[in-house]
Design a protein around this ligand. Structure first.
Ligand code: ZN
Length: 439
């Protein structure tokens, strides 16, 4: 199969050059690799030609944190529907969390996820292995066996690790097998079974709140133990100013500490949670960590601009409409995010000139992959043909039927955004195509 993308705009930096100037290129793909990138049209015949005039060519995006729910909760999402959501969002690689049922605390579940995603063939799913057996926080898993089965990191995401000593031993073991520890930073004695951020809004509605310190205490712990063990500590979905202060300090000291932020923590705060007609709060704005105070949100924005974050992660967490229509105290935590992530960051940070387009793409590809030693993020001859074409100029509205995910739990429905991914190629194969339908 020979494929040609012609007349696409891109930046030289994304082709592996030092300078960051815009240029127009033609890119040919032979089977699953990029064959040639050139200013003029390459010679030869092609099975398929894509006219990318007016579109921006970028490497396939990488999401460091998704929940695909298979095995065990396929009514919310499965590896096929999750991969389709990823492809629609321009992602060709995702890192999946271990809180499936059964949990990915053993090599069999890890190997299953990897094999299943290869069979589906829409998006490369890199599983993580659980840090503790059954995510129960009591007994460490066999990190070496998990790595051999395909795990790219170790994490109990969905739950914070409450035992400090166990967490330190996890860092030591992870360093031995050269894997990062991804930390869902939550001290449960401080988060206290809350449903939303502890603050003005939780007070007003009489809802049990999650104190911001519950996250910062664990991020500070992670930074200190990273310094002590020299292991790679990665803070998942950072949401508070105090956590960011700890990360800034640890990074300045040169510790092996990385961190990610999610679009919702950059763009929404607790005051944005809407009231439903019955006067209660809408659980489609409920996730863990929760939407924080305005001050925390602004600190996340500043940290993104300052380069404190290494990557942007969706924390794509599908739940059924029935589950999300429960009262906010009872509804499960989490929102979907794959289909809206790039357009949200592009619209609110690149179009407004707070970060550059290449910074945005690097945060969502090369830098995200680097956390797990996944080489990606540059369109280079002979590299894997993972590509997305982005429509930066035309706006679109996020409607309920816009999503490829099985679930609809997004607080961004109704938003008008720019930067829609219109064509995604994974391993040289077109896995999402909105262009053919449009013309
Ligand atoms: Zn989490």
């Amino acid at each position: 199969m020979k494929l040609l993308i012609k007349n696409a705009a891109t930046h030289a930096k994304l082709l592996g050059f030092q300078e960051d100037r815009q240029l127009t290129v033609n890119l040919s793909i032979q089977d699953d690799v990029i064959e040639l990138i050139s200013a003029s049209r390459p010679c030869g015949d092609f099975d398929h030609e894509i006219d990318a005039t007016g579109l921006f060519l970028a490497p396939g995006l990488v999401d460091p944190q998704v929940h695909f729910r298979e095995p065990g909760q396929e009514y919310k999402e499965d590896i096929t529907s999750g991969s389709k959501a990823a492809a629609q969002g321009g992602f060709t690689q995702v890192v999946s969390m271990p809180n499936t049922s059964p949990t990915a605390d053993n090599p069999d579940v890890v190997a299953y996820m990897k094999q299943r995603s290869q069979e589906v063939g829409i998006c490369k799913v890199h599983p993580t292995g659980a840090l503790s057996v059954g995510l129960a926080g009591k007994t460490l898993t066999d990190f070496k066996a998990l790595k051999t089965a395909g795990a790219v990191a170790i994490t109990d995401d969905g739950k914070g690790v409450q035992d400090d000593q166990l967490f330190e031993r996890a860092l030591i073991n992870a360093k031995e097998v050269d894997l990062p520890i991804l930390d869902h930073s939550e001290d449960e004695s401080l988060s206290n079974g809350g449903a939303i951020h502890l603050g003005k809004v939780s007070d007003k509605y009489g809802i049990k709140g999650i104190d911001a310190s519950s996250e910062a205490v664990h991020v500070a712990r992670g930074c200190q133990l990273a310094a002590k063990t020299h292991a790679h500590y990665h803070a998942l979905h950072v949401s508070t100013k105090a956590s960011i202060d700890a990360l800034r300090e640890a990074k300045a000291q040169g510790f092996k500490v990385t961190a990610e932020v999610s679009p919702h923590h950059l763009l929404l705060c607790d005051e944005d949670i809407p009231e439903k007609p019955d006067g209660t709060l809408d659980a489609n704005w409920k996730m863990n960590p929760p939407l924080r105070s305005r001050e925390d949100m602004m600190a996340c924005r500043q940290a993104l601009i300052d380069g404190v974050f290494d990557a942007i992660a969706t924390d794509h967490a599908p739940h059924s409409p029935d589950e999300k229509s429960l009262p906010i105290e009872q509804a499960p935590f989490g929102i979907i995010g794959l289909e809206t992530a790039f357009p949200l960051i592009y619209t609110h940070f690149v179009k407004t000139k707070q970060i550059t387009l290449t910074q945005c793409i690097d945060l969502m590809s090369q830098q995200a992959g680097a956390l797990f030693n996944i080489k990606c993020g540059r369109l280079i001859q002979d590299s894997t043909a993972d590509i997305v074409l982005l429509d930066l100029d035309n706006s679109f509205e996020v409607s309920a039927d816009f999503f490829a995910s099985k679930s609809r739990n997004s607080p961004f429905i109704g938003n008008k955004l720019y930067g829609r991914p219109v064509l995604t190629i994974n391993n040289g194969k077109i896995v999402f195509d909105a262009l053919t339908n449009q013309t």
